[in-house]
Design a protein around this ligand. Structure first.
Ligand SMILES: [Zn+2]
Length: 126
C-alpha cells in the first residue's frame, strides 16, 4: 500500500500515528482504560499484535502490554529521537509505527512494557 492508500483507509489520527510516528496524548486513547477480552490488531493491516491477557494498567496513559501476541510480527528499532534512547515498536508485517518498548514492565513477566497508541490498534472481541 502507498501512503495515499493509507490516507484513504485510515482516519487522520490513525494515519498520523501509524504512518508518521505521532504519539497520541496520554489518557486520550480509546484503549487506555479498556479491559475487554480479545485481540488487538494492527490498525493498518489487521495483523493480530497483542492479546488482552497480556494487557495491564501501567498508569502511563497508553495501552500497555507485557508481551506481544507473536514476536515475529513485531519489529523493534532503536529510536534516538527527542533526545531519548528508546526502542520503537512497529508492525512487522506492514512497518507501521505502534509505540515504544520500555523495560519498566512487571518484573514477573520480564519487565517489558509495550507502550502502544490506541490509534494504532483495532480491537476484536473474543
Ligand atoms: Zn500492520
Amino acid at each position: 500500500m502507498t501512503n495515499d492508500d493509507y490516507k484513504q483507509k485510515l482516519s487522520e489520527e490513525q494515519y498520523a500515528v501509524l504512518r508518521e510516528s505521532a504519539t497520541e496524548p496520554p489518557f486520550s486513547g480509546k484503549f487506555d482504560d479498556f479491559w475487554k477480552t480479545g485481540d488487538y490488531k494492527c490498525g493498518a493491516c489487521g495483523t493480530v499484535l497483542f492479546k488482552s491477557n497480556t494487557k495491564y494498567d501501567a498508569g502511563c496513559g497508553w495501552p500497555s502490554f507485557w508481551d506481544a501476541a507473536d514476536n515475529s510480527k513485531i519489529k523493534l528499532i532503536d529510536d534516538d529521537s527527542l533526545g531519548m534512547q528508546r526502542t520503537e515498536v512497529r508492525c512487522g508485517v506492514c512497518d507501521s509505527h505502534l509505540g515504544h518498548l520500555f523495560n519498566d514492565g512487571p518484573v514477573e513477566h520480564g519487565r517489558r512494557r509495550y507502550c502502544i497508541n490506541s490509534a494504532a490498534l483495532n480491537f476484536e472481541d473474543k
